[in-house]
Every structure is written in structure tokens, then in C-alpha cells.
Design a protein around this ligand. Structure first.
Ligand SMILES: NC(=O)c1ccc[n+]([C@@H]2O[C@H](COP(=O)([O-])OP(=O)(O)OC[C@H]3O[C@@H](n4cnc5c(N)ncnc54)[C@H](OP(=O)(O)O)[C@@H]3O)[C@@H](O)[C@H]2O)c1
Length: 344
């Protein structure tokens, strides 16, 4: 790919901010999400990966449960072989799904085979529960064998994650959808602490306590649904949900900058100091986001104004992971600081 192309259409990847992990490695602060929310096909998403790379994206957030890693692998091969972007310049994340907590190496090797890579930059435990549900099921579906968080069980999974890093299949390991009490237990027992925690983060859901906790422990927060997941599956919608992109604070900053409110949400995330992984298959969108992140920063007053609009509005509640006897999705999130093991 010629430098001219980037200068004319895209962004020089070096102009995209990054966050330095405890290992010293640098993760691009902007990645492209690849979960199609049951709306977008693997082919569309793979095309977006390829095109986004040609525009300057270097970071892709994948997972086996998104059921599109094989298509994305074909796209990544084009990115390295035809666009000439070296593998070492890419940051590729994948995640072990809940039904593979006892066969992590096998799951990792399958993702690597599908993605056509010989190492992953980051491999995450997608959820801290081994609870399986079929793809696309409704919010009331339950796994009859579902269990609450069991630390000894999670540590068996984590030891397999540590092994992957030791044998060089993955460069970093991390967690996702964790809480402070669960991370405290993990940090006490881990030989290799998580490099990142992937967590829901957007202006209406800033998670200040967990955010501070992970930063204090040198764990980088990776924020999913950074725009407020406007295209999330219907099963993940409740009437109380608020809409970040319609918040007057976001809208007025977007007006000043002449950008879409989505871009403001992502700029805020990157400037706050975490990594954001917005999803899009539309060139106008992912290009605008890339340019926004590489462009002039929000003002201090704008950052303060966005900090003040947190509504503690969790969108991805995770009901399908509940276990028999649990009462509410809040049981998954240790709201009162205690890990729920049985029903209240
Ligand atoms: N670790 C986990 O458990 C977990 C959970 C959820 C998500 N994730 C990751 O996070 C990624 C992103 O999350 P998400 O898809 O839920 O939500 P999101 O990134 O907040 O929202 C994505 C939607 O925002 C719209 N959008 C994106 N860029 C835009 C722009 N520049 N202008 C206007 N609209 C724009 C698009 O809507 P339209 O479709 O209407 O165009 C797109 O579908 C996922 O793809 C996945 O990789 C991880």
C-alpha cells in the first residue's frame, strides 16, 4: 500500500494514539470491533477489516463466538500479503468462549487457524462463567448447568491462559466482563496478571470504580460498546436504556467539531486513556472515527462535561449467563461488592 493512499484517504497509523501495557508493548487505542450483533454477516465484517486496515486501522477485536474468524482470517491474509502490512504492525485479539474453559489451548489454536496467524497479540477469557447458551437465543434462555463464578474453576482456566503465554502462542492474556471482587481474587493467585480487562465503557456507563481499580493495578481497560451499542441485538435492549449519542453534551460537542456524535464518544474514550473498539462495517463511519481519534483533542472542559453525564447505564447485562437460583442480571456484576454464589 502506498503512503500516498493513506495521505489521500486514510490516516497514518502512527497518528493513532496507543496505550502502553505493563509488558511495555503498545496497543493501538482504537480497534475495530467485529461482533455483528446478529445484523451483519461475516463477509461484510471481513470486508470492513480489510478496508479499515487499508485506511490505517491496525487493531482488530475478534472472538470465536462471533462466528466470523474464518472470514476475518481471509481478510487478514490479504492485509499482510496484498496490502503489505507486516503482521507485527497488527494487533489481533481473540477470546475463549464459555464452553471452552477446560480446553483453552484447543480453542486458541482453532481461533489462530481461522484467523490465519501464528500468534495472537491478546487472548481473553470472554466471560468469567463457563455457562453456555446457543448463539442468538432470547434473553430468557438459561443454561440448566449454569453456575455462578467459582474461583477455583476460573483459576484452572487462567492457568491454561498462562500456559499459552509461556509457550508463545499469545503475547498477552487478559480478562473480560470482570468485577473488582473477581479481579482481586485473580490478582492474588495469578502467576501472570491480566494485561487488560475488556469491559463495557461509554459516556453513560463509565464504571469509575472498576476503571480506577484496573488502572491502579496496571491493567489496561479496553472499552467495548464505546458508542453505546446502537445496533445491539434486541435481546440486549430494555426500556430504561439511555442513548449516549442523543445526550445534549455529546451532541453539542459533535456540532462544534462537525462530526457524528459517535465520533465524540470514541474520542472521549481514547482521551480518557483507555482503548476503544467501536464496531462498524460502513466506510464513512469507521473512517470518520479514525480521523476523529487522530485529530485535535477535546478540550478540558469538554472532557469534564462528558465525565459528568455518567448514568450507570449498563447495556450488556448478560442475563443469558445467569444460573438456576439467581434472581437478577445484577447477580453477575457483584454490585454490592460481594461475589454472588447462591440466590439471595
Ligand atoms: N468482551 C465482550 O464481552 C464484548 C461485548 C460486546 C462487544 N464487544 C466488542 O466491542 C465491539 C463494539 O461494541 P458494539 O458493537 O456493541 O457497540 P458500538 O461500537 O458502541 O456500536 C456500534 C454501532 O455504532 C454505529 N457506529 C459506529 N461508528 C459510527 C460512526 N462513526 N458514526 C455513526 N455511527 C457509528 C454503527 O451503527 P449502525 O450499525 O446503525 O451503522 C455500529 O453498528 C464489538 O464489535 C465487539 O468486538 C465485546
Amino acid at each position: 500500500m502506498s503512503d500516498n493512499h493513506l495521505q489521500q484517504v486514510g490516516v497514518n497509523p502512527e497518528d493513532v494514539p496507543h496505550v502502553t501495557l505493563a509488558s511495555g508493548a503498545k496497543i493501538p487505542s482504537l480497534g475495530l470491533g467485529t461482533f455483528g450483533s446478529d445484523r451483519y454477516s461475516g463477509t461484510q465484517i471481513a470486508q470492513a477489516v480489510k478496508d479499515a486496515a487499508s485506511l490505517g486501522y491496525r487493531h482488530f477485536d475478534c472472538a470465536s463466538v462471533y462466528r466470523n474468524e474464518a472470514e476475518i482470517g481471509d481478510a487478514l491474509r490479504v492485509v499482510t500479503e496484498e496490502l503489505g502490512i507486516p503482521r507485527n504492525d497488527l494487533w489481533i485479539t481473540s477470546k475463549v468462549w464459555n464452553d471452552c474453559h477446560d480446553k483453552v489451548e484447543q480453542a486458541c489454536r482453532e481461533s489462530m487457524r481461522d484467523l490465519q496467524v501464528d500468534y495472537l497479540d491478546l487472548y481473553l477469557v470472554h466471560w468469567p462463567f463457563p455457562n453456555y447458551h446457543a448463539p442468538g437465543v432470547g434473553v430468557d434462555a438459561r443454561d440448566p448447568h449454569a453456575v455462578p463464578y467459582i474461583h477455583e474453576q476460573f483459576m484452572r482456566t487462567w492457568r491454561q491462559m498462562e500456559h499459552l503465554q509461556k509457550i508463545g502462542l499469545v503475547r498477552h492474556i487478559g480478562t473480560s466482563n470482570m468485577t473488582i471482587p473477581k479481579l482481586q481474587l485473580l490478582l492474588a493467585d495469578a502467576n501472570i496478571p491480566p494485561a487488560v480487562n475488556e469491559m463495557e465503557l461509554h459516556p453513560h456507563f463509565q464504571q469509575p470504580a472498576l476503571y480506577k481499580f484496573v488502572k491502579d493495578h496496571h491493567i489496561v481497560p479496553v472499552g467495548y460498546s464505546p458508542i453505546g451499542s446502537p445496533s445491539r441485538p434486541d435481546r440486549d435492549r430494555t426500556p430504561e436504556d439511555t442513548v449516549d449519542m442523543e445526550d445534549q453534551v455529546i451532541v453539542s460537542i459533535a456540532d462544534r467539531l462537525g462530526v457524528h456524535p459517535a465520533v465524540v464518544c470514541v474520542k472521549w474514550a481514547v482521551q480518557r486513556g483507555h482503548v476503544a473498539i467501536p464496531f462498524s462495517v460502513k466506510r464513512s463511519q469507521y473512517l470518520a472515527t479514525l480521523k476523529g481519534v487522530a485529530g485535535a483533542p477535546l478540550t478540558h472542559q469538554e472532557m469534564e462535561a462528558i465525565a459528568a453525564i455518567d448514568k450507570n447505564n449498563r447495556l450488556i447485562k448478560g442475563q443469558v449467563f445467569l444460573w438456576p437460583g439467581s434472581t437478577s442480571w445484577e447477580d453477575l456484576w457483584d454490585i454490592d461488592g460481594n461475589i454472588k454464589s447462591v440466590s439471595a
